[in-house]
Design a protein around this ligand. Structure first.
Ligand SMILES: [Zn+2]
Length: 443
């Protein structure tokens, strides 16, 4: 089966062919770890995760790299604002990110490099670019020389003279040309800087990704797939291509995919609008697998509009699929090429989900479909056992319920309420009915 990816570089859906047969390398830009992960971070990670799962089905060896940006202006600003040391902020947010992505059932990437572990690699990549005369040193900065790279704009389709972003702002004195960008800059922050041949300083954001890729796949290797949010196309990914082409003779990357933005009630998420949806909030309120399904409801290249309906629709779909699977205790799985084909069409998750809903419905009358449904749910990470309750938890809940019953019979309503609150904090929903108390774990 052939995978087709819409390649931002060519603006076409193309058949994917790895540079080396049966061996695939993929890099997806990870988060800057300065504040709690939001739903936009989750969408970018999920698209990477789905490609990774699919590539693993199709190829023998897949390397998936998702980085952590732990050196950045935003982190320094956050530390100045809150008084919390930089390393504590980055450690805490990294833990939060990894924990939340794991709850959303994302597979761990093969490599998860951090910038702070790669300073030497970054310095050596910058040295290569300097040796190739594609950068210059000026006022303790190392600056990429845009005049040295004629293909600039191939990804974003911006023509060199149209790069007004840099030209509009007051040109920095250390730049020969306002369009040039920084590879290394001096740092005054004692907690965020490293010694380098160009003095104490820190890397620019773009060079971080290029160096981490090169250090893992090899400087003279071509990356197969590079992904990230479409807000990264310009200038971040464009600059990565300029750097990656100037430090090696191999082509930097063959296929680029970009995911669309997440909107909240059709509005862009922003701190000033107060509409940022944090992953922690939604996965505490709703089963993370339902959230995972909701994130797949739009095609990855389209914007995803997040509303209450997005989550409710995903809940309904999840219930339909899970009810069908729970009707049968078997664990047999069977490949389903029709489903795989939908995913191979540039990760068409809306069609794939529709297919699953139909398969779940049809399986009610035809149990032979269940092994395929199970296989498909595994493939896109819909862990159907997430609702299954451990024996330990079940015993604890039932013990508390019987204690509550005793308290009520003794008219000790304060204790009964206290136990009810305790159960609520364990996410247990109690219902007092004519035939006694029933309970379930809230979704
Ligand atoms: Zn990046």
């Amino acid at each position: 089966m052939n995978l087709h990816i819409y390649n931002t570089l060519t603006n076409k859906k193309e058949q994917f062919l790895p540079h080396t047969e049966n061996k695939v390398s993929m890099y997806v830009c990870g988060p800057t770890v300065y504040s709690a992960p939001h739903i936009g971070n989750a969408r970018a990670a999920l698209v990477g995760d789905l490609f990774y799962r699919l590539l693993q089905k199709l190829y023998e060896e897949v390397i998936y790299i998702r980085n952590l940006t732990d050196v950045d202006d935003k982190i320094i600003l956050e530390s100045e604002k809150t008084g919390v040391p930089i390393n504590i902020i980055t450690q805490d947010v990294t833990k939060m990110y990894q924990n939340e992505m794991s709850k959303l059932n994302m597979l761990e990437p093969t490599f998860e490099p951090k910038v702070t572990d790669n300073i030497n690699n970054i310095i050596s990549t910058i040295e290569k670019i300097l040796n190739n005369k594609s950068a210059y040193i000026s006022e303790n900065h190392v600056v990429f020389d845009m005049d040295s790279f004629k293909d600039y704009g191939s990804l974003s389709k911006k023509v060199s003279d149209d790069l007004i972003d840099g030209a509009r702002v007051k040109p920095e004195t250390y730049k020969k040309n306002p369009k040039d960008f920084v590879l290394w800059k001096p740092s005054v922050n004692q907690n965020c800087g490293w010694d380098s041949p160009w003095g104490y300083g820190r890397p620019g954001w773009h060079i971080e990704c290029t160096s981490m890729i090169k250090s893992i796949i090899g400087n003279e290797q071509t990356l197969d797939i590079h992904g990230g949010g479409n807000d990264l196309i310009f200038p971040h990914h464009e600059n990565e291509i300029a750097q990656g082409t100037s430090c090696a003779s191999a082509k930097y990357c063959n296929y680029w995919f970009h995911n669309g933005i997440v909107l909240v009630d059709k509005k862009k998420m922003s701190k000033s609008l107060g509409n940022v949806i944090l992953v922690s909030d939604i996965i505490n309120a709703t089963n993370p697998i339902v959230i995972r399904l909701a994130l797949m409801s739009s095609h990855y290249r389209q914007p995803l509009n997040w509303t209450n309906d997005t989550v409710n629709n995903a809940k309904n779909i999840y219930e339909k699929i899970v009810t069908s699977l729970d009707a049968d205790s078997s664990d047999v799985r069977e490949d389903d090429n029709d489903f795989l084909e939908l995913l191979c069409d540039d990760l068409n998750t809306p069609n794939a989900i529709q297919y699953l809903v139909k398969q779940a419905k049809d399986s009610k009358n035809n149990k032979n479909l269940l092994p395929k449904l199970r296989y498909n749910c595994d493939l896109i990470g819909l862990k159907r056992n997430s609702y299954k309750i451990s024996v330990e938890l079940k015993n604890k809940v039932e013990h508390l319920i019987s204690q509550r019953e005793t308290a009520r019979q003794n008219k000790d309503y304060a204790s009964a309420d206290q136990i009810r609150n305790m159960l609520a904090s364990m996410n247990v929903d109690l219902k007092d009915g004519p035939s006694g108390v029933t309970w379930k774990i809230k979704d």
